[in-house]
Design a protein around this ligand. Sequence first.
Ligand SMILES: *[C@@H]1O[C@H](CO)[C@@H](O)[C@H](O)[C@H]1NC(C)=O
Ligand SMILES: *[C@@H]1O[C@H](CO)[C@@H](O)[C@H](O)[C@H]1NC(C)=O
Ligand SMILES: *[C@@H]1O[C@H](CO)[C@@H](O)[C@H](O)[C@H]1NC(C)=O
Length: 500
Amino acid sequence: MDLTRLGFLALLYFCAQAASPPNFVVIFADDLGFGDLGCYGHPSSLSPNLDRLAAGGLRFTNFYSTSPICSPSRASLLTGRYQTRSGIYPGVLYPGSIGGLPLNETTIAEVLKPLGYATAAVGKWHLGVGPNGTFLPTRQGFDQYLGIPYSHDMGPCHNLTCFPPDVKCFGLCDPGTVLVPLMRDEDIKEQPVNFLDLERAYADFAAAFVASAAERKRPFFLYYPSHHTHYPQYAGPGAAGKTSRGPFGDSLLEFDDTVGKLLATLEESGVINHTLVFFTADNGPSLMRMSRGGSAGPLRCGKGTTYEGGTREPAIAFWPGTITPGVTHELASTLDILPTIARLAGARAPPVALDGFDMTDILTSRGKSQREAVMFYPSDPSEALGLFALRLGKYKAHFYTRGSTHSSTTPDKECSALSALTAHDPPLLFDLEADPSERYPLVPGGQTDVPALLQRIKKVKERFEASMSFGESQNGKGSDPRLEPCCAPQCSPKPHCCRC
Ligand SMILES: *[C@@H]1O[C@H](CO)[C@@H](O)[C@H](O)[C@H]1NC(C)=O
Ligand SMILES: *[C@@H]1O[C@H](CO)[C@@H](O)[C@H](O)[C@H]1NC(C)=O
Ligand SMILES: *[C@@H]1O[C@H](CO)[C@@H](O)[C@H](O)[C@H]1NC(C)=O
């Protein structure tokens, strides 16, 4: 047993004495690529607070989300299960979606509640609203919620396009649905939401929540998924025009500023050394937005694809005094966050098929990952096609490839929506350590014993697919315009009269 581990056990002992398990803050960026942060090498991004987390915490280089699009990725993070199990497929949920994350799924908040944790979600939910708010965070273990219930382009973008010339929004969003609401718990607080003030509202809400829990000496879990840096990229007056990178850089800076305020609150409340802060993002960059979209850095393609740029993400674990600063190349996933939090809190893991592994050893003693493989499902997974790709150790096999609208306009034709579904038999094989950009397929006769490797990969794939039972598709239940959140339910004509 090494010293870090001993230190950690001592800390656990101390925590047990103090009868107070650690606090957890999970920060989730939106459509942010592997190459978008200063601490991941971007030359013109300004992300001083995330960079500070990275400098004082553990930075991952092989960390994955489970889907190249929003809703499924969020479902996996909160449940520790692939989206295929919970039914959050195909595609994403819409303002009028009939389905949502099934209530019998157990979220991280629900894992922690029996231990007396205070829980709150602040930000973009995107796991359903449903009839009478059936699927809102308050029905999934969160005591409190402040935020927009889905993406901010799922509405007419009204108060963005109208703002003075120095705070521009780009594009038309979705003019056919209700104005995007700001929800407090299950009620509409503003419709339309004031986007330009939204991050300030989030920072204030988070500060009040943390301070109140700390004061009452209650352990807490805060989930903060921002709408930044999703399309349409913009920032409020505090960050607009403040970076040399333009709209994407400004939206990242505004998000980063909220992270900074959150860290300051943790410090002022005296709980910074008793809190695990975990940062990552839901999926890769929306390359179709060109220079206003994000960057996957050296990785191939971006959002919507099962190439590395679709799901390999920046990830940082920060816990002063417990996590030694550094970089880890261990394999890990958003699926692993729930089991890790459960272990650290001393909570019982939900009695369901979990796809995640406890990362505690990676975090506290730079141990090895228990995870040997990462599975890649497309945005519209099906039992008929199964996995599109599988990473085993440093190797990745693609059984199917397909481009995506979200990654169109790149010079690499494989990323574009014009690149149709292609089956690969034998699979397209890459060594992701030698070739993280997936440029040079391995061929038989080289250094790697390709046939033996393919045999191993095939076995892992078969075992995994035999264990996968697809839940009923929630997204496939369709939409009903009457379910779109409306602050004046009886008004007419809809959707535009929903404004209060
Ligand atoms: C939730 O309920 C559905 C429908 O009854 C069922 O198919 C599914 O297996 C349940 N999921 C869990 C995690 O219990
Ligand atoms: C929502 O709640 C209201 C009031 O409780 C009720 O009248 C209505 O039927 C509910 N709507 C649905 C779709 O369940
Ligand atoms: C947190 O721990 C560091 C040492 O790791 C110490 O310098 C700092 O004062 C502690 N902060 C609080 C608020 O306890």
